[in-house]
Structures are given as C-alpha cells and as structure tokens.
Design a binder for this molecule. Sequence first.
Ligand code: G4P
Length: 526
Amino acid sequence: MSFKKQLDRRRTFGIISHPDAGKTTLTEKLLLFGGAIQVAGAVKSNKIKRSATSDFMEIERQRGISVATSVMAFNYRNLKINILDTPGHQDFSEDTFRTLTAVDSVIVVIDVAKGVETQTEKLVEVCRMRKTPIIVFINKLDREGKDAFDLLDEVEQKLNINVRPLSWPIGMGQRFKGVYNLYEKKLILFNPHGKQNEEDIIEITDLNDPRLDQQVGKAAADELREEVNMIEGVYPKLDRQDYLNGDISPVFFGSAINNFGVKELLDCFVEIAPTPLPRTTEERVVRPDEDQFAGFVFKIHANMDPKHRDRIAFLRICSGTFQRNTNYLHVRQNRKMKFSNPTSFMASKKTVIEQAYPGDVIGLYDSGNFKIGDSLTEGEVLHFKGIPTFSPEQFRYVNNADPLKSKQLAKGLQELMDEGVAQLFTKELNNRKIVGTVGALQFEVIQYRLQHEYGASCNYEPVNLHKACWVSCDDPIALKEFISRRKRDIARDKDDKLVFLAESAWTLQMAQENHPKVQFHFTSEF
Ligand code: G4P
C-alpha cells in the first residue's frame, strides 16, 4: 500500500470523560466492531481495563486501576483507527492531558443523568485550546436522565462548545424506544443487551410517515416530530469544516453497555474525523505527507519489570515512515539511535512492527534516553511544540526519609519527573523541593516507585499553595524587582525555568496587579 494510502486510512483519537460515564465500555464496543477483540455479549467493563489497557506497572495491578495511558488500534471499513486511552479515574495525572497532544480528534462521553462533570470540563478546555475536533456521545439513555435539550444547553455552556445533534433520543430510561438518526434519516429501535437486528433499523425520510407511529406509539412519535422540528430550527446544519476547525461538535445519543448508538457514532466518526494533522515545531510546521520521518514522545511508561528499570516511550509519528532498525536522530541528545523492537498495539496484543505511519503511536523500549517532548527525526533539528507542562493543582514538600539514600532519591525524583509523573520545583530561598501533581494519587505513586525502583524513601509535608505559574518578562529590571520582592515564592522547575508559587488565587491576583510587566503562564509553553 502506498504511503499516501497509509496516511489517508489513519484516524487517531482519544475518548475523554469523567470517571464512570462509560469510556471503557464504549472503547470495548468500538474494539468489538473492529474485531480487535472477540468477546461475546456484555463483558464487564473492568475486564478490558485489566487486559487491554496497560498492565505494566505493579502499582496499577495492585490498585486495579490504570494509572497511565495506553494505546489500542483496530481496523474498521478499511481504516486504521488508533484510540489513545486517556485515564479518567478520580485521580488522573498529567498523562491524561498530555495524551491530548498526540490525538487528532476526541470523543467526549457524557452520562445522561450526571451531565457535564468536572474532569470533562478540564479536558475539553485543553482540546479547545488546541482546536481539537470533538464529537459528543451522550451515554446511558437506558436510564432516566436529564432532558435532552437541557443537556445540550449544559454542554454548550460548561464546555464552551457549539453542538449539533446528529441523532435524537425517543424517550429514555424505561420508556427508551431508540434514536432517530438525523443525518441518515433512519429510525433505530432500542433492544437491550446489544441484540440489534437488521429490522430494527428503518429508513424514515419523512417523519410524518405512519410507520413511525406504529413503531414507537403515537405519543412518542408526535414528541419526536416536535423536537426534530425544534432542532432543525435552532441548530445549524453540520458543516464538516466547522467540525474540523473545532467550531462545532456533533452529538450522538446511545447506550454503550447495550451497544446502542455506537455504530452510528463510529460510522459518522470514520466519515468526518480528520486524517493525521500537521504538527507545529519551533522551526516550522511538519506536514504528515512529508517523506522524511519525524515524531515526538508524549508519554513514558516505566517499570514494566521492576528488576530491569525498563521503560516504554510512546512516540507519535507526525510525518514520513518510521522503519525498524533504522538510524534516527535523537534531537535533544544529538545522537543517532535505532530501534530493534518498536512495538505497536492492537487491543491487548503487542507486536513488533517493521513500519509505522503518521497518526500511529509506537512504543520504543528505552533505558532512560527519552524525556517527554523529545523528537526523533531523520536528521533535521525539530522541536515539537504544544506538549506543555500544565500547572499542577496539588503540592507537597518532599523530604528525604533515609539520609543514606539521598543520591538514590535525587536520581529517582529526576527520572520520575522526566517521565512526567509529576513536577518538581526547587525554592530559590532555601532549596527545598516541592512536588506538584494534577491528582493526589500521584504522591503515593511517587513514594511507592521511589522505594521499589530506586530504594529511596521520602515523606511529604503539607504546603499551602494554589498554583505554580511560569513567569516571563521583557523588561529585565521589572523581572529583577519582581524576583527580589517575591523571593519566598520563587522557585525553579526541572528545566531551571522561573516559577511563581502562588499561595492563593488572591496572592496571584495581587502579584499580577503589582507587577503588570510580568506575565504569568499556566502552562510551561508560552
Ligand atoms: P469509565 O471507563 O468512564 O470509568 O466507565 P465504565 O465504562 O467503566 O462504566 C462505568 C459504569 O457504567 C459501569 O458499571 C458500566 O457497566 C456502566 N455503563 C456503561 N455504559 C452504560 C450504559 O449505556 N447504560 C448503563 N445503564 N450503564 C452503563 P459498573 O457497575 O461500575 O461496572 P460493571 O460492574 O458493570 O463493570
């Protein structure tokens, strides 16, 4: 198959949701459609969590949750679809954010009863920043939930996106009859437990068709007519380009556990979702159809085997063809490297691959050479942009608990930070170290891993902080004055960048007001 064909058949996306909205269940159903897994009937969602997603870290196995992100691929209608899993459990980590830098579009799953929840808001905010195209799937229609119109309003307001429903529910919960597919003009009748038959899909181009009344009853049919009328009047037609620009998001309704509405979602996805998109570097824009290979590392997964401290660096291919056993330039280290066992992921299977194409994510075995954001090219010096570090939300002082192991602690902390597990800030005033994370679970992960992988032990001390902001200023005198006035709140990140540690939203606001020339940034890239 030609390079162009390989490129055109790839779609790389992530599914994001608040925990329990049904992301795992939806992923599983999509994989089933693609034949990537063969499991009959309703499989417990946890099962796939354990088998198909990353099973690498001991700590993950212990806790029975996936702490890190994994990659799954499947074929559907001649396309190769890569799903990058964005862990959405209560205590998600920066990995979740960073994975969004490696996708070309996302599907957002929302629980019909709970509506838009906090983690979804945070993750969609990152998508909006990057103008990532979004499709919304409203899940669990087999249960009672919020009114569909209210829900769309909530999605628009809380997620700050414009929506266009492409399917519409007929009742919900006990009264759930099915959905009307607005763009294919088909009625799809609901049958619990995924037993959807050919005869459950009925083409009804005109809603006045009496077959609608026969199928769902007169009351439900009339309600649908009225609602569809409103939709056509209120929401604009879906323009694919608007979707690709991130300006409008199609919405589907369904029930993942019953495999209902999932095929419609997938069929629309393969039609409208973008092929691998160009990526920006400090030097230039890298287009996927370029001959020369280039890619970046967006995630590092460590400790597959605690005895060998080996890691997998996840590389997103941005242009050209990646070949096994070929010398590539590790740009930051300015040296050639080749990989004998690059891995691809097809659901639960990991296989060594010979080639990979833009949009693909491959795993490279690594003994400590990679950091998040590193690029690999055929020789050109490229630094990919848009892989920022986000301001953490939880902070603790980290202390050495075993004076004989201070070297191990320093090394362990350094390596875990390179991996992107958390962020380390060193206070200018007293050299004390502060660990910042996005979720509280990360503190335990760090403590556990320091002990098991590095033989070092640490303890934490509370520190009262609201945000860490990267600061910059064009005026060196103003910057100097800021640093000297706020000495106690100044720290350096692991790359020695200047950081302001704000105790509260109010201190941050005061600092901004008192030092108008200084700029405060909430991500490390500005
Ligand atoms: P997550 O990955 O977003 O955290 O959610 P997950 O798929 O694990 O789903 C969370 C719970 O919601 C699961 O129930 C799952 O079975 C259920 N669920 C998913 N889709 C639907 C749906 O369309 N309708 C209904 N009624 N439930 C749905 P659980 O009891 O937590 O787990 P399990 O014992 O079923 O595995």
